[in-house]
Design a protein. Structure first.
Length: 339
């Protein structure tokens, strides 16, 4: 019996861990390249060109290939093992290192649908790596395939930040639609969504704001003292991209405050309904008190019970009990109207 060799699982990447690669020339469409072609190109990079290599860290060969061939700064590998941190861009060994938190492809408002992208930027190479498919980096790949003009490696990073801001704008729009539907149902008095649903949505938005918000200190240091190879135009584009992202984060914070107010309104309505139910239960209990009291007294097995031998004793006691209950009900209803 002959054995058949199974193909190796590649995690959506090749043997080196490369998911995709592009050679970008100024004024020309990007050209897809493989790991071997990229390695030969990086041995003697021509002027006016740069490569973009995107790796899948779920493939253990990715980090090994990067350490052997890419020549990246040591700080890049340190950030790979720091876990999820807030978005930031720092300078290390005359290179830009970006830690970008992004939502997964087909984001569904799940707290687990957020992962991290690491980017190493030099004048001749952009190395990006992730463990899970992310929305913004996929948008950037589609833009490169469609011929988006990219004059420098920093412009590719700026494009990534703007794509991330666009993704966040769509998330905010979807969240606003959910909140609008909940608010309309609340005003119409037919609320079907639970308050816990709004709480879960608010927790996701808070985590998005905490992870996606760029660190102000890191950006300030970068914009004040960028590497010498970063042009003035690229520096201005980077500043503008961070400002646009800040506007989106402000809208996100406003939406969180709106959800908080809506939660408080729902909680107040629930408390009012509970108080109304408790008051109604109290009225019923008090109205039944005379009946229970008289029945208890007349049911005692002792001598001298009034009207025990009277032929109309039952009707008299029943009328007396109804009268007392009616008086108590009238008093309680009057108190309720006064409230």
């Amino acid at each position: 019996m002959t054995s058949r060799q199974l193909p190796a699982f590649s995690y959506g990447s090749d043997d080196s861990g490369l998911v995709w690669g592009f050679l970008v020339r100024q004024g020309e469409p990007a050209v897809p390249i493989g790991a071997a072609e990229a390695l030969a190109w990086m041995a003697a990079p021509p002027a006016g060109q740069f490569v973009w290599l995107h790796f899948n860290l779920s493939n253990t060969a990715s980090e090994r290939w990067l350490r052997q061939h890419a020549g990246l700064a040591a700080e890049f590998y340190e950030t790979l093992h720091q876990g999820s941190r807030s978005t930031r861009i720092e300078v290390a060994d005359d290179a830009l290192i970006a830690v970008v938190n992004d939502v997964l492809h087909h984001f569904s408002f799940d707290t687990a649908d957020i992962s991290t992208l690491w980017v190493h930027v030099t004048p001749h190479a952009v190395i990006s790596a992730r463990r899970k498919p992310l929305e913004s980096i996929e948008r950037l790949r589609q833009a490169v395939l469609q011929g988006a003009p990219l004059a420098s490696s920093v412009e590719l990073l700026v494009h990534l930040l703007r794509d991330q801001a666009d993704v966040l704008v769509n998330i905010v729009r979807d969240a606003v639609a959910r909140v609008d539907a909940t608010e309309d149902q609340l005003l119409a008095g037919r609320l079907t969504r639970k308050r816990e649903d709004l709480g879960a949505l608010r927790r996701v938005l808070v985590r998005l704001q905490r992870l996606l918000a760029p660190e102000p200190a890191a950006l300030f240091r970068l914009l004040q003292r960028p590497p010498g190879w970063v042009s003035t135009d690229d520096r201005q584009d980077l500043r503008q991209a961070t400002e646009e992202f800040t506007v989106v984060l402000s809208d996100l914070a406003s939406l969180q405050e709106r959800i908080k107010l809506l939660q408080e309104e729902i909680a107040a309505q629930v408390n009012e309904d509970n108080n109304r139910s408790l008051f109604l239960l109290t009225i019923v209990t008090v109205m039944a008190l005379p009946i229970n009291l008289i029945a208890g007294l007349l049911g005692m097995n002792v001598g001298g019970v009034p009207l025990a031998q009277h032929p109309h004793g039952f009707r008299i006691v029943l009328a007396f009990t109804a009268a007392i209950t009616g008086v108590v009900a009238w008093i309680l209803l009057r108190l309720q109207r006064q409230r």
